[in-house]
Design a protein around this ligand. Structure first.
Ligand code: NAD
Length: 247
């Protein structure tokens, strides 16, 4: 249906949550999936879990703030398959402390993972996609990239940056037929949400017009659509998948 057979897809933060479900969704479309995680153990665990489900994937755990290490891994993937078709920049961490309780190190670390890592992995795949004269880059944003959130200022700050990078690179890379879009999930049932206190989550659910939390598959489906030829004229878009929670 999505015409993704044999496409080479790199998914960062692919070891759990939205990323892992996105890995599953692309595997089901017969794509060649390469997942990235933060540690050897979690990457091996995800690969093992997927194997039990009958899905074969490759995995790496480059330091997402080390440009040389990322370039090496991307080069390896290119040599393995001869093309790199889709990049899903999904790795991310959140924050929920008040500004007075947030250290500069915490703020910088969050920006490093949510923004700098996205920049570096994208920078590494772009030369290959430019040579191919086609490619798809997808970024995981958030509904907080629309209006912000009451605490944890670094997180929405980083997601506003994700939207800026998405819209700007969509323009820069359009002449090479490389499409760049983002998906802005609402509240999705993953570990990240499970770690948030009830007093933060419950009021959020009350504001969701569809009256429920989303599933990781809701986001994975949006990534499939945006990767597919059905979205061939869509670039520079921040697709909100949030039950209208942003309104
Ligand atoms: P999660 O915590 O379940 O997964 C996060 C993933 O990012 C993991 O695979 C982890 O390995 C990876 N990661 C984290 N730190 C890393 C690092 N330093 N180096 C390399 N990889 C690292 O989270 P999730 O809920 O699945 O979130 C995935 C993305 O979706 C994030 O970008 C997040 O901001 C975004 N998002 C999530 C929600 C939600 O409700 N769950 C809502 C909006 C946006």
């Amino acid at each position: 249906m999505f015409h993704l057979d044999g496409k080479v897809v790199i998914i960062t933060g692919g070891t759990r949550g939205i990323g892992l479900e996105t890995v599953r969704a692309f595997c089901e479309q017969n794509a060649n999936v390469v997942l990235f995680g933060s540690k050897k153990e979690t990457v091996e665990k995800a690969i093992e879990q997927l194997k039990m489900e009958g899905k074969e994937v490759t995995g790496y755990y480059p330091n997402l703030n080390d440009e040389a290490e990322i370039e090496q891994v991307i080069q390896k993937i290119y040599h393995m398959y001869g093309h790199i078709d889709i990049l899903v920049n999904n790795a991310g961490i959140s924050a929920n402390k008040k500004i007075e309780d947030t250290t500069s190190e915490e703020f910088v670390n969050l920006m490093n993972i949510n923004v700098n890592a996205m920049f570096l992995v994208t920078k590494a795949v772009v030369p290959y996609m430019k040579n191919q004269k086609e490619g798809v880059i997808l970024n995981t944003s958030s509904m907080v990239s629309i209006y912000g959130q009451p605490t944890g200022v670094g997180y929405p700050t980083s997601k506003f940056a994700v939207n800026g990078m998405t819209k700007s690179l969509a323009r820069e890379l359009a002449p090479y037929q490389i499409r760049v879009n983002a998906v802005a999930p609402g509240v999705i049932e993953t570990d990240m949400v499970a770690s948030l206190p009830k007093e933060v989550i419950d009021p959020i659910i009350e504001t969701i017009p569809l009256g429920k939390i989303g599933k990781p598959r809701d986001i994975a489906n949006a990534f499939l659509f945006l990767s597919s030829p059905m979205a061939s004229y869509i670039t520079g878009v921040i697709l909100q998948v949030d039950g209208a929670a942003h309104n």
